[in-house]
Structure formats: C-alpha cells, structure tokens
Design a protein around this ligand. Structure first.
Ligand code: TYM
Length: 332
C-alpha cells in the first residue's frame, strides 16, 4: 500500500443501513479513498452479540457488502472484507481484553442500553464488544476512524487500550483518531427527534432505510414529528426541524442559512416534502447500483475473498508482532 495515512471503519450487517448510518458514516467513506489507504469491514462478529437467525445474518452480511459497494466503496481502491473471514481480529481481541479493565467496559453506554433492551441475553460478547472493536482498528494500526458520534466512547476506549499496551510493552500501536462529520454525526429518529435514528427502532416510520423506495421515503418524512411553531430555522428546542435541516443540508450541500431563506414563509408540509424528495433523489443511484451488484454473486464472492486475503496479510504482520511483544513463543 502507498505511504498514506490509514483509515479503518466497520458497520454491522443488521438489516439494511439507515439514513443515519449513511450520513454519519458510509457516505464519508467513499471520498476518503482517494486521499488515504482505506480498510472497511462488515462486522458480522459484532452482530452476534445480539441474537441473529443464521440464515438472515448470512443474507444481510452479503447485502451489506454489496450495499457498501453501491455506496461507492471500491474494492480496487480499498480493502473491503467481512470480519469473520479474518482471524486476526479475534486473536488480537483476546490479547487486548487482557489489557482492558472490567470497570472500563462497565461504563460503556452502549452496553448499558443494549443490556436494558435485551435483559434475557446479557452475554459476555455484548460486554467485551468494544475490545473486539479496538482489535478491528489496532490490527491495522489505523490513524483515523470515520464514525458517527455514537461510536466516540468506544473509540476513546480503543485509544486507552492502545496507550496502556504501549506503556506495558513499549511503543507499538498508533493512537487512532475519530473522524466525525461536522453535520450529520447524529441523525435523529423521525418519530422522536431526541433519540438517535436506529436500526433497532420498533417504529418503522422513525427510520429511513437507504433502500426504501421514493414513495416510502416521502411518506415517512411527511409523518416526521416537528413542533407547533411554523418557522423553519435551526434553533435549540426545535429538535425535529433541526434534524430535518441537518438531513437536508447533508444531501443537498446547502448550509443552514441557505435553507432558512429557501423556506422563509413556507410551511412545514412544504419543507418535509422537499426533504423527502431530496433524500429519495440522492439515494436513487445507490438503490439502482445495489440492484445490479447484488445479483452478481460470483463477483461479490471474488471481491470479499480477495479483500479478506489482503486484510489478513496486512493485519497478520501486526498481530504477530503483538504476540511476540507479550511473550508468546514464535511458531516458526
Ligand atoms: P453501527 O453498525 O451501529 O453503525 C455504523 C456507523 O453508522 C454510524 N451511525 C450513525 N451516524 C449518525 N447518526 C445515526 N443515527 C447513526 N447510527 C449509526 C455509527 O456511528 C457508525 O459509524 N461498533 C460499530 C461498528 C464497528 C466499528 C469498528 C466502527 C465495529 N468495529 C471499528 C469503526 C471501527 C457499530 O456498531 O456501528
């Protein structure tokens, strides 16, 4: 690989990606490919921390892989692979886990949220999830990690783990920096704009899926919860409108001032329709490209097989050095 900074990011293959995943993370991944060495991963091992049907998981992993390609991740430019195909992630995760404190993991808000949502299955994978995430990143010594704001705490933990390892065994890991977009780092639910838009929301109207058709997208935006005023402006307390303005700004490139003047004197109905249309038009090429790529199973297989080979080759060198540093006996 060329001598450029290294980017790593991952996404869970649960269902179709949401507009939150897209604006907060994926849409930024494509443009980074020209400036950096990029490694992107469908994290199926993370997904099984909550119960998954095997048939569905396999299907959604394949779809997620194809969908990343449809969103502009080019396996010729980036290393694009499926996490469970590359054994170094699990291997490094064990070593890092032995350098992570119980107390640190107990403070993770996502663990607390998820264990509240799944009280019947608070498994240890859910608890050590951030260690595997740190391993994903550190197995490549990534410099930058493009994510939405909800992953910031996990990333800080990854930095702490790396730092602790470096202190204990000598400088080795790069401390990864978060790369969080200025606008759209936290896209909110359309039904409760104080909550993050999330794949696991029970209300389908709260979430735009990036493969939703135009009519569905517009219908969901028309039903979006706003406020009882009639002014389209970005202001504290106007969570619903702020969220719609953020989304509109992300897909059109217009800033908030331009949006305010575009809709001055207009009603929420007009604005919601405009946001719905802009989002649907923006996502149209993704839908078309997904329909094409997802048919070509042989091509997808070739891409993910080659991606895994490259990822293994890269991370193996790093993980072998880690094994040596902690005192494991050389195999060869
Ligand atoms: P995941 O699969 O939940 O989400 C993938 C990416 O989408 C971002 N995101 C959002 N951004 C803005 N608004 C939202 N409503 C929204 N919802 C999700 C997330 O911040 C994320 O960037 N643990 C990670 C996956 C992971 C990972 C990694 C990421 C595993 N290993 C290593 C980076 C590096 C996760 O569950 O993301």
């Amino acid at each position: 690989m060329e001598n450029k900074k290294l980017i790593f990011s991952g996404i869970q293959p649960t269902g179709t990606f949401t507009l939150g995943n897209y604006i907060g993370a994926i849409r930024n991944w494509g443009p980074l490919q020209d400036e950096y060495n990029c490694i992107y991963c469908v994290v199926d091992m993370h997904a099984i921390t909550v119960k998954q049907g095997p048939v569905k998981l396999r299907q959604s992993t394949m779809n997620s892989y194809a969908l990343l390609m449809a969103c502009g991740i080019d396996p010729e430019k980036s290393i694009l692979f499926i996490q469970s195909h590359v054994k170094t992630h699990a291997e490094l995760s064990w070593v890092l886990g032995c350098n992570t404190q119980f107390g640190e993991l107990s403070r993770m808000t996502q663990f607390k949220d998820k264990s509240q949502r799944h009280p019947d299955d608070i498994n240890s994978g859910l608890f050590t999830y951030p260690v595997l995430m740190a391993a994903d990143i550190l197995a490549y010594n990534a410099d930058l990690v493009p994510v939405g704001v909800d992953q910031k705490q996990h990333l800080e933990l990854a930095r702490n783990i790396a730092q602790r390892f470096n202190q204990r065994y000598g400088d080795f890991f790069t401390l990864p920096e978060p790369y969080i977009p200025k606008v759209g780092a936290k896209v909110m639910s359309l039904q409760d704009p104080t909550k993050k838009m999330s794949k696991s929301d029970d209300n389908p109207n709260a979430v735009i899926l990036i493969l939703d058709d135009k009519d569905t997208i517009i219908r969901k935006f028309k039903r979006a919860v706003t406020d009882s005023e009639a002014e389209i402006c970005y202001r504290e307390g106007k969570d619903g409108i702020n969220n719609l303005m953020t989304i509109y700004s992300s897909v059109t490139g217009k800033d908030f001032a331009a949006i305010e003047s575009e809709f001055a004197g207009k009603g929420y109905g007009d604005f919601k329709l405009a946001v719905g249309e802009a989002v649907a038009d923006h996502l149209e090429p993704v839908r078309t490209e997904f329909a094409r790529i997802s048919q070509d199973k042989a091509f997808l297989k070739k891409c993910y097989t080659e991606g895994a080979e490259k990822a293994l080759r890269y991370s193996q060198r790093i993980v072998s050095k880690v094994y040596r540093k902690v005192g494991f006996v050389d195999k060869t």
